[in-house]
Design a protein around this ligand. Structure first.
Ligand code: FMN
Length: 182
């Protein structure tokens, strides 16, 4: 399986960090937390406005320089909070600046009920990669830190995610908030 890097962005509650840390612990993986050079506003309304405007303009925020040897990793878990039914812009920046040809990518995302097409959006942004099964982790609809997805489900996914031929659980992709079909 080779070396594993868990690359993630996490801003508001540390929800995505929580999942990244679980993966790192269980897969003996390294982590890379993405940070933007320019911070997002603290205020929720202002933060959403900026995220939406950046998205509409296709802006890729500049990331803080980090020390990691991309080539030394074979497998990348890519984790993001869902922003506007897709990935957060800093994750888009990271994916756009790396070549994933020949790498294995396993996407995951935390959300508050409307994950949109985030997992396939991550796949589309990692051209040339081979993919493991993605996973959506639902937090509370108020966008707080209460996790709705069961730990047992998360641990099962983490365990199976690196197995050869592992498939995404259809039920996990089909359910929106509170079990609503998407
Ligand atoms: C700018 C912004 C946009 C968001 N858009 C969505 C969305 O489209 N769908 C959704 O389910 N949650 C959305 N959320 C909620 C977050 O995805 C959710 O709370 C996530 O778990 C936060 O992760 P973090 O604590 O790691 O930052 C949004 C949050 C922010 C800040």
């Amino acid at each position: 399986m080779g070396k594993i890097l868990v690359v993630y962005y996490s801003l508001v509650n540390g929800n995505t960090k929580r999942i990244a840390d679980l993966i790192a612990e269980r897969k003996d993986a390294d982590t890379l937390r993405l940070q933007t050079v320019e911070p997002y506003p603290d205020n929720d309304k202002a933060r959403k406005k900026k995220a939406r405007e950046d998205d509409e303009k296709g802006i890729l925020p500049e990331l803080e320089k980090a020390n990691y040897d991309f080539d030394s990793y074979d497998t990348f878990y890519i984790g993001t909070p869902v922003w506007g039914c897709s990935m957060a812009a800093p994750v888009r920046s990271f994916l756009a600046s790396h070549d994933f040809t020949g790498k294995k990518v396993i996407p995951f995302a935390t959300h508050s009920g409307e994950p949109g097409d985030v997992l396939s959006d991550i796949r589309k942004a990692c051209e040339g990669a081979e993919f493991g099964p993605g996973f959506l982790i639902q937090f509370d609809p108020q966008e707080g830190p209460i996790m709705m997805t069961l730990y047992a489900e998360i641990f099962k996914w983490i365990k199976n995610s690196t197995q050869e031929g592992a498939r995404e659980e259809p039920v996990n992709r089909m359910m929106g908030g509170w079990g609503r079909p998407l």
